[in-house]
Design a protein around this ligand. Structure first.
Ligand code: F3S
Length: 283
């Protein structure tokens, strides 16, 4: 059986940097170390860090109740008021927000100060989007669907700045931008989709076209893995979404000639290697 493993599978630059820093802080810091939300959407990594003393703060309330220690801000970033809160409470902060996300924070802060209504194309519940919203100095709307874009257009805004969640699907972003361009008004579009995501998505699509079965590895709550799965599924009917090797159903691989493997941004290399090794040996 032939196995094609995507070169872009796994940790992106921002996640790699965040995870390495979390391990480093755990090793070098006395006192409590916390991450505000899981450092990445990967249960294995989170529980390994926990063994090294890094606890996850699950809510803002937990953060507010914290008396001391060090808080790691993960790669998704946070709203501005969280930095203010930590400063006020005199809690040490290690900021590992991905530089690409920090750039979006800067853009929305500057453009909203210039009087532009900020449109974030993305998922309103995603922590990255919540963080970006928290840097807007004026009105902000999150748009995820074409219907929402049409509704926004009807509202007749005059000065708009459009950015995107870094992990948003490029084609969907373009469709929404096109709808938002159907009327003439002062519109600034900044494509802030991260290249890591674009590259991973295009490679996954390419591989999914060539194989009989596709395996997408990633955490259950990872939105970029879910998107990878959707892309692969539309090209290859036999696409499977697994978190670890344990989820792989061997029966699905009988009489398969060629398998493709890709993985979301928060999947450690170790898991990708385990899966590809298993598929190569077993089938
Ligand atoms: Fe950063 Fe792109 Fe990863 S924005 S966290 S390098 S997906």
């Amino acid at each position: 059986m032939e196995v094609k493993v995507a070169k872009t599978a796994g940790f992106c630059f921002g996640v790699k940097r965040a995870v390495e820093k979390a391990y480093e802080v755990a090793e070098q810091t006395a006192g409590g170390v916390y991450t505000y939300g899981p450092i990445i959407h990967n249960e294995e990594v989170v529980s390994d860090l926990e063994k090294k003393g890094v606890r996850v703060l699950e809510s803002e309330e937990e953060l507010r109740n914290l008396q001391d220690g060090t808080v790691i801000i993960r790669s998704h970033g946070v709203p501005k008021y969280i930095y203010d809160l930590l400063k006020e409470k005199q809690i040490a902060c290690v900021d590992v927000t991905c530089p690409f996300v920090l750039k979006i924070h800067r853009i929305v802060a500057e453009e909203s100060l210039k009087g532009r209504h900020i449109v974030i194309v993305g998922n309103a519940d995603h922590p990255e989007v919540v963080g970006i919203k928290g840097w807007c100095e004026g009105p902000c709307t999150v748009i995820k669907t074409k219907e929402e874009a049409k509704k926004f257009l009807e509202e007749g805004h005059e000065k708009v700045c459009i950015v995107s969640q870094t992990t948003f699907n490029y084609n969907n972003f373009q469709e929404i931008v096109e709808i938002l361009g159907e009327k003439r008004y002062d519109r600034l579009v900044i494509n802030t989709i991260c290249n890591a995501t674009q590259d991973r998505q295009s490679e996954a699509e390419e591989i999914a076209k060539q194989v009989d079965t596709m395996i997408v590895v990633g955490g259950r709550h990872s939105s970029n893995t879910q998107k990878l799965y959707e892309i692969c599924k539309s090209e290859c009917e036999n696409t499977y979404y697994i978190q670890t090797l344990a989820d792989l159903d061997s029966d699905s691989f009988r009489s398969v000639q060629c398998v493709g493997i890709t993985a979301g941004a928060s999947t450690p290399n170790k898991i990708i290697e385990e899966v590809s090794k298993h598929v190569r040996i077993k089938f």
